[in-house]
Design a protein around this ligand. Structure first.
Ligand code: ADP
Ligand code: G6P
Length: 468
């Protein structure tokens, strides 16, 4: 089996992930994928240094070898806070209103991608498979090619891919997309994002797409496909049945004193639809006054990307909104929204999910959304909770036995909360059974194997062509 060189902006050392566990879907998925394969995980340490040296910090933790570099403050500002999180993230989540275009961001993005390429290059051996992740590193593959790297290289995008009409608002979009064609395999979370990408190639670049999703470009063959990501089902289920999970479950249950609970778990990000979710819950309380003292919403939302103004703004908005709703609906003995800004170890989180009768996962746009899958995996099979899921999360395509909602419709979500809270046990069980099967069958191991299989299959074809 070939060695994997995994490259992503954020490298989350397993111990740290175990302790805080709030680094988002990418880190959670890659940790479990890398534990299975020999290889190296390369990326930014999350630390800054006065002057970039390219020094590699190599560590081995819990079966995963990591190699990280520190970046200069200007790099972090222009590449991470700038192009990645002020330009591409909002654009890829259809938030053109929040998208900032700044020449310095673009230059910083190119500079840091080049720094990544220079630093990781010496780690790549001849037979390694190179697997690059996410919107921070789209041009990395083409920079490695310029440096003579001939290895099979794949890219997986964890976010949505925007419709062509939005993407063309990005200055130099042609250059960015063309650079992606240096990869051999380009993976998306869903057919929808894949379709938008292929549409761009056809309409803006005039390329022909083969019926199998293959693209011929400058004498090379590129495979573009959907590979829906999943959770580490076996590990999560085991964690969900642990003593830590039981303790977290029991404490939380005791604290709500017989009230029913809805749970939300999200990075504090405007794409997650938290404001609309709070409004919907407030509407539910207003429309069902008899329920007001019987139900509580627990929202766990660790802060994210706090140096970016739009994230500071959403944080303020949510604090104001929570205060407002609690002020309107609380009584001396209860508060309707418990709003918590911190991360929790994964086993505790599993216990919290199990304690909640309803999982509320209502992003306005999400590449996949792993929280929806974790909620399902944490439930008791004989008495499971109900998942309410946004139709705009990639996960909705695989999880249509959830109650699918339009998160923009406050009425619809409010009515769906009522439906979920009163759903008969037989319906809860039959929906949960199908959801659980889909979460089990499409887990992170399956995702990794499928991607690596396609990447490796091309290597075999390349090898036999060279042999011939
Ligand atoms: P994103 O990648 O955009 O953050 P996902 O739903 O795909 O969204 O992944 C989020 C991951 O981060 C999940 O595995 C979830 O359990 C984890 N996570 C989010 N919030 C917390 C928290 N407060 N504590 C622990 N883990 C969290
Ligand atoms: C999403 C992105 C990841 C990112 C994560 C957390 O999952 O797809 O690339 O790592 O959010 O965001 P952060 O900016 O803290 O790395």
């Amino acid at each position: 089996m070939s060695r994997l060189i995994v490259i992503s902006n954020r490298v989350s050392v397993p111990k740290a992930a175990g302790a805080a566990g709030a680094q988002g879907g990418l880190a959670v998925a890659l940790n479990s994928a890398l534990r299975e394969n020999r290889g190296i995980w390369f990326g930014w340490s999350g630390q800054e240094t006065e002057e970039f040296t390219g020094h590699l910090d190599m560590q081995r933790n819990d079966g995963v070898t990591t190699a990280t570099i520190d970046l200069e403050p200007q790099d972090i500002e222009e590449y991470y806070n700038g192009y990645a999180n002020r330009t591409l993230w909002p654009l890829f989540h259809y938030r053109i209103d929040l998208t900032e275009y700044d020449r310095n961001f673009g230059e910083g993005y190119e500079r840091v991608n080049r720094r990544f390429a220079d630093s990781v290059r010496p780690l790549i051996d001849q037979d390694d498979l190179v697997w690059v992740h996410d919107y921070h590193l789209l041009p990395l593959g083409s920079m490695l090619r310029t440096q003579g790297v001939k290895n099979r290289m794949g890219l997986f995008l964890h976010t949505p891919w925007p419709p062509t009409r939005l993407l063309v608002s990005l200055p130099f979009h042609e250059r960015l997309v063309e650079s992606m064609l240096a990869y051999d395999v380009i993976g998306f979370q869903t057919e929808e994002w894949l379709g938008s990408f292929l549409h761009y190639l056809e309409k803006e670049m005039g390329l022909d797409i083969g019926t199998d999703g293959c693209i011929e470009y400058q004498g090379r063959r590129i495979v573009a496909r959907a590979f829906p990501i999943g959770i580490d089902y076996a590990e999560f289920r085991e964690g969900a049945q642990s003593a830590e999970a039981d303790e977290a479950h029991d404490k939380l249950k005791a604290s709500v004193r017989g009230r029913k609970m809805l749970i939300g778990v999200d990075r504090l990000d405007y794409s997650k639809g938290l404001g609309e979710r709070f409004e919907s819950f407030s509407r539910f309380l207003a429309d069902n006054p008899d329920q007001a003292s019987q139900v509580v919403l627990l929202q766990i939302a660790p802060p994210s990307r706090g140096d970016v103004a739009s994230y500071q703004q959403i944080r303020e908005d949510l604090e104001r909104k929570t205060g407002h709703i609690n002020g309107a609906h609380a009584d001396v003995a209860f508060v309707p929204i418990r709003y918590v800004n911190r991360g929790y170890p994964r086993r505790q989180l599993a216990g919290f999910y199990r304690a909640a009768e309803v999982g509320l996962v209502t992003p306005l746009r999400d590449g996949m959304n792993l929280v929806a899958k974790e909620y399902v995996a944490a439930q008791k099979e004989d008495d499971p909770g109900v998942l309410i899921l946004s139709q705009f999360a990639g996960a909705a395509l695989q999880m249509d036995d959830a109650l699918l909602v339009n998160p923009h419709s406050i009425e619809h979500v409010s009515e769906t909360i009522k439906r979920a809270l009163t759903m008969p046990l037989a319906e809860r069980r039959s929906r949960h059974e199908k959801l659980l099967q889909s979460v089990r069958d499409n887990d992170v191991i399956h995702w990794r194997q499928e991607f690596v299989k396609v990447l490796f299959a091309g290597a075999l074809a390349q090898g036999s062509a060279q042999d011939a």
